[in-house]
Design a protein around this ligand. Sequence first.
Ligand code: AMP
Length: 545
Amino acid sequence: MNRWDGRVVDYPAETVRRYREAGLWGTRTIADELHAVAATHPDRDAVAAHDGRITFGELDARTDLVAAGLTARGLLPGDPVLFQVTNRLDTVVAWYGVLKAGLVPVCTLAAHRGHEIGEISRRVGAVAHLVEAGARGGDLVAFAAEQQRDHPTLRHLLVLHELVAAPGGDPAAARATVEGIQRGLDPDGVAVFQLSGGTTGVPKVIPRRHAEYWYNSAAYARSWGWTPATRVAHLIPVIHNAGIVCAVHAAHSVGACVVLGTADLDVSLPLMAAERATHVLLGHAHYRAAAHPGFGAATAAVTQVVLSGAKVPPALFDELERRGLWSGQLFGMGEGLFLTTPPGSPREARATTVGVPLSPLDEIRVLEPGGDGQVPDGEIGELCCRGPYTLRGYVDAAEHNARAFTPDGFYRTGDLAAVREIDGLRCVSIEGRIKDLINRGGEKINAEEVELLLLRHPRIVAVAVVAMPDPRLGERTCAYVVADGPFDLADARAHFAALDVAKFKWPERIEQRDEIPRTQVGKTDKVRLQAEIAALVGPGAGVRA
Ligand code: AMP
């Protein structure tokens, strides 16, 4: 009996058998996978971060002690732990330490505030809150103490540095504790909770399970042909799904090193140069990295640049090629499905598509938006998927799951795509989206959530939130409002601050109108508003199709 039984949707037993018989899913937990890799490559670098480094042997030993410490504090296997930390060495140590204690990391963001943490904490019944002292966004320790007062399940406040810096204890006893805990875990059970950008106002929780999550990462590493000599630079938030899958777990699945930087290129490019990174994933917010004076030195040893998060401008692809950098694309999501353009893909596929699914057992359908009919190759429809690392349902969300999945279990991604054949390869190109969100440099902002928050202001009568193009972040949030009296950006900011909402969700432009335009069927005409704001602010790189 697992504590999430009845709250998560399992893969059908026959499907699990198929994934295992095909050799895709293993039988180990994530913590045991790390331990096995560390036994094979004890002296290799596991992480070279901007603030320190660690070998696999050291990482394995240190995380045993962290896990034993957590257990001694009374945390029990299955207890959810909110992670609110940034990119640093200690974060990776805490990640595996928490998993070794059998606890379940909940991947919140350092930027989240009371509005988000409160909701997520209640949803999963979080037992501990791991925060970083002095992190971005102010003092998270004081913030966590406040949260604890309002959430009776949140019994433990864990401070990153104190948890992992110098955990004491007997290494052999700690190993025995970890082995005992891991023996009691089900490799098909919940390992991690990721959060969805989602399509409706309430954040959706994605259950990721040990075997499928590790498989996702191992298949990702394999798709690029990584070896233990690969050095994977990562600049975007490491606790995101992309950070865990594409950097931490993928590198470690083959005994490779994560070169862990931050979003700040002045920090990360010199680190990449010094650590001789061989692979780098550039999210949309870093599409201009090539213009940085440190880019040449940073990429001196790089053999693969992977671009992800938004449509790749042809000029960027050409520029990387001119510099002799092999480039490919990635499409991925916390819910599961990944597509990549592996080595050997034709240039056209790498420049204009996100390639092919990671797994031979990934199934993809492009359906008429909102319907069940499949559109022919070459035509645009909603990308839907089912496979060995794509979820079968969000946590505690039966009603939403009924809409988010087809009756035969395909996840409706909300992304628009077309299948195109290039040199005999059936590639997928991303052509926009139908889900109502703003993609702000990779952070997803749910339009409905922002609208509901604005409607809580006493002077707001009606609202429509849309993406406006932005050359650096791709998109930012614009709110069209109808209000009693004047309502401007300062009013919006004061309102969101009072509601304790994460800053990246605050509207960045207010357009006050006498009414919100409607379509013929009476729905808010967001297509029109989006075109209007794009015309007002000028074109940007990441505009929704
Ligand atoms: P997340 O779960 O936060 O990783 O976000 C997943 C979503 O990001 C996808 O459903 C897409 O909407 C978007 N996305 C990810 N990769 C790409 C890409 N290469 N091109 C366009 N959109 C992307």
